[in-house]
Write a protein that binds this ligand. Structure first.
Ligand code: GLP
Length: 233
């Protein structure tokens, strides 16, 4: 893992942007994208740049089950607001959280990922070490799947909702095996509340209890941390 420590997420955003720009220059065509507050500064720098994704494909990591694309808490809405409206991609894929048959939707999504191997995947990090919505204990072998969110994740995401009971309890997430197939993985983490997960991911045992520790087995991972997130290393 290549670890880059920055002062704050603004500087982290610039570093993240550079990795996107380099990937693009080197022919990357399929970009795996993430939601959450973490990638926002990178997306801002991408928007401010002259990078052009109109020939590229994006594949998002996850989506809440039960929220429509026009619900302002859905990840589909988030991606349009924070990136796609300003930087459209040729095609953008997200799981459909309103699909009637969630298992069929998961299979469809796996086929999308198989047909479009991801060149660069950006990730945030859950406080409990989750990536995408792969919560602790998730099998490393399964593909896109239905997830029951842990209380820790519901609590962390409650800040985006008016009432805690509005936070969806389930999501559809790309699996760890798919994430690991990405050619290059960029994980960003900011803030002291991520410090334990960061330590476990980098120094801890490679264990399903801390899903991000699987990245120890990937040979092309870049991690961008602010000083607070890196404080326990
Ligand atoms: C959510 C998302 C993850 C994200 C994590 C951290 O659970 N499914 O993809 O990495 O939260 O969010 P944040 O970046 O807001 O700290």
């Amino acid at each position: 893992m290549q670890i880059i420590i920055v002062k704050d997420e603004v500087e982290g955003g610039q570093e993240g942007y550079k990795i996107f720009a380099d990937a693009k220059k080197n022919g990357a065509h399929v970009f795996g994208l993430a939601t959450g507050s973490t990638p926002i500064t990178t997306y801002k720098d991408i928007i401010a740049s002259d990078l052009d994704f109109s020939d590229s494909i994006s594949i998002n990591l996850d989506e809440y089950i039960g929220l429509s694309a026009d619900n302002d808490q859905s990840y589909n809405y988030f991606m349009h607001k924070n990136l796609f409206n300003q930087k459209p991609f040729k095609t953008s894929y997200l799981p459909n959280g309103l699909a009637k048959d969630i298992d069929a939707e998961a299979k469809r999504y796996d086929k999308v990922i198989e047909d479009n191997p991801i060149d660069l995947q950006i990730l945030g990090l859950g406080r409990n070490g989750h990536i995408g919505f792969n919560e602790p204990g998730t099998s490393r072998e399964i593909g896109t799947h239905r997830v029951s969110l842990t209380q820790s994740t519901i609590d962390a995401n409650a800040r985006f909702f008016e009432r805690e009971e509005d936070v969806p309890k389930e999501a559809l997430s790309m699996g760890l095996a798919s994430i690991m197939k990405s050619k290059h993985i960029l994980l960003e983490a900011y803030g002291a509340e991520k410090a334990d997960a960061v330590k476990g991911m980098i120094e801890g045992p490679d264990s399903a209890d801390l899903p991000a520790s699987i990245l120890q087995n990937h040979d092309n991972v870049t991690v961008i941390l602010d000083e607070a997130a890196a404080s326990k290393l």
